[in-house]
Design a protein around this ligand. Structure first.
Ligand code: SF4
Length: 378
């Protein structure tokens, strides 16, 4: 089976007693016992009642907004967009702007097998994949031998972490730069100076930044893994300029490491739409979350991401699992999980289309079917 625990979409999972080959996140995702029940006003109800209540709220809403979309199959995203268009709802995704720049060709990227086969310098910036995409290092980015990287990680690959803390990933990297919270842009500016052979005017250790620039310049096939913390902390054009600068002196690609197993798919579907919203830095939405009188959370725990005072209006949660938000939502509609008890398609973080098979029977219906039923009645 394919694991939908993160955007690596590992395809070698054997579902037996121990969910063979899955990491701890994948195993918890596949064997989750945190299933939620249909609820209205925190009372358990039948599915029909929950869907009808959600439809009533959506029909009455003046400024509805849909948030999430990263943890559902592509087909659900398509139906969700149609529903949003029908009722005039905004759609807010998070950390998807970087995919827009990749899709526009402003940022050069590559596939995960290319990372495994060719990458000699990997930079993890604002991300801790050991805890978010646990098999990234063992399958692609650091430990495996690849076509042009036959001598193993000890000799063939250099891993560098730039982060606000000494993360698990940092602990296995040869070079780690710890920066203060909100320090990404300053550090990036200093690094760009160093790449231009200028001594950076910065409070950071100048010698270390010059040394880092030297390592990046020598990369034959460099890959920058950009985490959510980096993406939301630096202006989009600054990241583009860094990549241009890196590519003027060496050969560098970027791959985003962001939450949600199917975020790249929704980014592609919304790409180029003027009304699209993204919770990342410097972006807006057609409908603002704070002004909305109805928030539909699709596979997304809003309360876990935003302060409660930024959430106004009624909330509808469609999710396979109980979340912080579902405990306080006006309506909760449980759904099947993509790749576990519902089939569909998804797009891996590097843009590869993946077919998800249903690996287990259950009585839960898919979020696409829920969206379809909502579409019929609103
Ligand atoms: S790395 Fe991601 S996709 Fe792979 S098993 Fe772990 S959670 Fe699942």
């Amino acid at each position: 089976m394919i694991c939908t625990g993160c955007a690596l979409l590992c395809d070698d999972i054997e579902e037996n007693d121990c969910v063979k080959h899955a990491c701890r996140i994948g195993r918890a995702h596949i064997t989750s016992m945190q299933e939620t029940r249909p609820m209205v006003a925190q009372e358990i109800v039948g599915m029909d009642v929950a869907i009808k209540s959600a439809a009533d709220i959506l029909a009455d809403a003046e400024n509805p907004i849909f948030v999430g979309f990263g943890n559902c199959i592509t087909e659900t995203q398509e139906t969700g967009i149609t529903l949003a268009e029908k009722i005039g709802a905004g759609i807010q995704t998070f950390h998807t702007e970087i995919f827009d720049d990749i899709l526009d060709g402003a940022l050069k990227t590559c596939t995960l097998p290319e990372v495994r086969d060719y990458a000699d310098v990997v930079v993890f910036w604002g991300t801790d994949p050991m805890n978010t995409h646990p098999r990234l290092l063992s399958k692609y980015a650091y430990y495996p031998r690849g076509e042009k990287r036959q001598r193993g990680w000890e000799e063939d690959r250099t891993a560098i972490t730039i982060d606000i803390r000494e993360s698990y990933t940092a602990s296995i990297c040869r070079d780690t730069h710890i920066i203060p919270p909100h320090g990404h842009a300053d550090f990036m500016g200093a690094l760009m100076d160093a790449l231009r052979n200028k001594v950076p005017k910065t409070a950071y250790d100048k010698k270390r930044i010059l040394k880092l620039a030297g390592v990046l310049k020598k990369a034959e096939f460099g890959v920058l893994f950009a985490g959510a913390d980096l993406i939301r902390s630096v202006p989009r054009d600054m990241l583009i300029r860094l990549m241009e600068q890196l590519n003027s002196v060496s050969d560098f690609r970027i791959l985003p490491l962001v939450p949600g197993y199917n975020l790249r798919s929704i980014a592609a579907q919304l790409h180029g739409r003027p009304d699209r919203g993204d919770g990342g830095a410097g972006s807006g939405s057609g409908v603002d979350l704070q002004d909305s009188d109805c928030v539909l959370c699709l596979g997304f725990d809003l309360m876990n991401s935003l302060p409660a005072d930024r959430i106004n209006g009624k909330t509808i949660v469609i999710d396979p699992n109980e979340t912080l938000q579902s405990r306080y939502a006006d309506v909760v509609i449980p759904c099947a999980a993509g790749g576990v008890d519902c089939a569909g398609t998804a797009v891996r973080m590097d843009g590869i289309n993946v077919e998800l098979l249903q690996s287990r029977e259950s009585e839960r219906i898919s979020d696409q079917e829920i969206m379809r039923q909502l579409l019929e009645v609103v």
